[in-house]
Ligand binder design. Structure first.
Ligand code: NAD
Length: 355
């Protein structure tokens, strides 16, 4: 089968990472690159790709099927529209755009030119998320009713453009877009309400972290938190179900599940001394009342992102990341900004995308 030829626009951290990932994919190959920085053009050539002198030259190359956009966020829209108008299919890095309106314009252009446009929401493929999705869907701790999803670091906002509003910087647009996408993709109910606080501890003009609280129509609640000033981290995932709790500590996937044993007659928990008081409520359950399990990694049946993209271009598959889902995500991010600014809980039901 003929491989799909892709040109990468923006050969920085993520652009060059894409090039490495694509090398292992049997359906897609990198043909060339373009970056506005001479040093990055040279880096692309050193990696074995031809560097175009301009975006226009890259788009004029008829041997190229698709463009992969890995530039700072503020120029995703203009490059995407130009590429679609030039007849190229497009893969675009997250956050797809700075506003939902910009994404609507891209979707309109893609439809008009009958080209595929797909956003790289790659964290749908993350192993930790796949484990949580499996736990949720297969009711491994009963009905999940609360999820906490966090990423925390102590290194502040990385790089240069991520500190600036004009480039679409800040952590809600950077990491928030991943964590929210995972929850919207997994939870089989529309999102109803959001509340949020953004943090500006580092004194930047953009948020260096945020906490948002989501309520889904089926009653599931979720806390989503991103921090860049956390010298001690909380677990990546903490999940509560009607029959147990589960935790995943970090990217190494260390985790555990503690759930009800199902044995009916068990000894009542013994009161413990807690601080200056006595408590039975907060005492550990008796040993026979619970089962402790390792939280195991699960195998996913999903095609890799690039394979799915190639199949969608050939008309053989549905996109795993749908533009309507990303549009909903962008509208919800706008509501989270609004919730943080106004201190209000925002009803987002009108944005809910039903699968
Ligand atoms: P980066 O600063 O390392 O790289 C961006 C590159 O784009 C730079 O080399 C810059 O010179 C170039 N550039 C800027 N404007 C350009 C233009 N108009 N045309 C061509 N090149 C241009 O940034 P990064 O960390 O690689 O982030 C790039 C994109 O990838 C962002 O949208 C970011 O959110 C996304 N990203 C995604 C993931 C993920 O896991 N999906 C991870 C990191 C970054």
């Amino acid at each position: 089968m003929k491989k799909l030829k892709v040109t990468i626009i923006g050969y920085g951290g993520m652009g060059s990472f894409h090039a490495k990932l694509i090398q292992a994919n049997p359906e897609v190959e990198v043909h060339g690159i373009f970056d506005i920085l001479e040093s990055r053009q040279q880096a692309g050539e050193a990696d074995g790709y031809s560097a175009y002198v301009s975006l226009e030259e890259a788009l004029d190359d008829e041997t190229v099927d698709a463009i992969l956009i890995a530039t700072p966020n503020d120029v995703h829209k203009e490059i995407a529209v130009q590429a679609l108008e030039a007849g190229k299919h497009v893969i675009c890095e997250k956050p797809v755009t700075l506003t939902s309106e910009e994404l609507s314009e891209i979707m309109h252009t893609a439809k008009e030119h009958e080209r595929v446009f797909m956003v790289h929401q790659n964290r749908r493929w993350d192993s930790d998320f796949q484990m949580v999705k499996d736990l949720y869907e297969n009711r491994k701790i009963g009905e999940v009713f609360h999820i906490e999803s966090r990423v925390q670091g102590a290194n502040g906002i990385p790089g240069d453009w991520r500190h600036l509003k004009a480039h679409g910087g800040g952590m809600l647009l950077d990491w928030g877009v991943h964590l929210l996408d995972q929850l919207l993709y997994m939870i089989d109910s529309p999102l109803a309400k959001v509340a949020a606080d953004l943090s500006y501890i580092l004194g930047d003009e953009v948020d260096d972290g945020f906490i948002s609280y989501l309520t889904f129509e089926n009653g599931v609640t979720a806390l989503v938190e991103v921090g860049t000033t956390n010298y001690i981290k909380l677990p990546r995932w903490y999940i509560k179900g009607t029959k147990g709790s589960a935790v995943i500590e970090d990217w190494d996937l260390k985790g555990k599940i503690v759930k009800q044993s199902g044995i009916e007659l068990v000894a009542a928990p013994k009161p413990i001394k807690a601080g200056q008081g006595l408590t039975k409520t907060m005492a550990p359950p008796s040993e026979e009342a619970i089962i402790k399990e390792k939280f195991e990694k699960v195998a996913t049946q999903m095609d890799p992102f690039y394979t799915n993209f190639a199949k969608v271009v050939r008309g053989e598959s549905e996109p795993i990341v749908k533009n309507e889902e990303v549009l909903q995500l962008m509208k919800i991010i706008e509501s989270i900004f609004e919730a943080a600014e106004t201190g209000q809980v925002i009803d987002v039901r009108e944005h809910s995308y039903s699968r």
